[in-house]
Design a protein around this ligand. Structure first.
Ligand code: MN
Length: 258
């Protein structure tokens, strides 16, 4: 689903997830992340950067290290790359309302042509995350078992040295907390230290501190809050031109439940 669809699904007057726009990581480096999302139902938002956006799937049960576990992954709208840095809360009653945890972060390497594979509904790749590594497959299915819906995909661990079975495969149970802060969902919800305000632009959210400044940035010599803030904005938004572009008004349609 295109980023334009992500934008169309949000009511930016009331929701707290970011407004989408196209941005990209440094050349060749493709981000991977999973956001554990305690919304109306707990699920895991699996995201792969491609073409300057985060391709996204909602995985109700989360990933398993057992190749025999084919985990339903509902394809959802592309998300802006900035959102991949978000861990915090979204007000109840709004799009995605609840608590968001950065359950895993890292990079991914497509095996083969990612554009073509994505189009054909069969992505093979390697993950280089803090929790998930090794080879994985995302495959689109219209099997009636999964409702016959075009957006139903399966997330499958490929057989490799990382794959395992039994209790050891249940990594969502053995490693339930944030890969970035070590916090539990309850601790993130209680902290209320980060929140999206989507009646503002992504840039405004970043400036207001909705996401953490990347470590390499925080560790650099410029330490005054104003400087760190402006550098974060430059990094996340690619300059002031995009700040203006992000202010285009988009009518809300409905809650996509992501
Ligand atoms: Mn979600």
């Amino acid at each position: 689903m295109r980023l334009a669809d992500y934008n169309a699904k949000r009511n930016f007057g009331i929701t707290s997830e970011p407004r989408g726009k196209v941005a990209a990581s440094k050349a060749g480096a493709l981000r991977y992340l999973i956001q554990k999302h305690a919304a109306s139902h707990l699920h895991y938002d699996f995201r792969l950067e491609l073409n300057g956006v985060l391709l996204s799937w909602a995985v109700p049960k989360g990933p398993s290290l057992d190749p025999a576990d084919k985990r339903l992954a509902m394809h959802t709208e592309d998300h802006p790359v900035e959102y991949g840095n978000f861990e915090g809360t979204i007000p109840r009653g709004q799009y995605g309302g609840g608590t968001v945890m950065l359950w895993d972060t890292g990079m991914w390497t497509p095996l083969g042509d990612a554009q073509d594979a994505y189009k054909k509904g069969r992505l093979k790749f390697e993950l280089h995350g803090k929790k998930l590594t090794g080879r994985w497959t995302l495959v689109r299915t219209r099997n009636a078992k999964y409702g016959g819906k075009a957006e139903a995909w399966l997330l499958i661990k490929e057989a490799d040295q990382i794959a395992t079975r039994g209790a050891a495969a249940k990594i969502v149970d053995s490693q339930p907390d944030s890969a970035v802060t070590g916090r539990s969902i309850d601790e993130i919800a209680a902290a209320k230290d980060r929140e999206w305000h989507s009646n503002r632009s992504v840039s405004d959210n970043v400036e207001a501190g909705a996401i953490r400044v990347p470590k390499k940035m925080a560790a650099s010599k410029a330490r005054s809050p104003a400087t760190v803030k402006s550098r974060a904005m430059a990094s996340q938004d690619g300059g002031s031109k995009n700040v203006k572009n992000a202010n285009v008004k988009i009518a809300g349609v409905k809650n996509a439940g992501d």
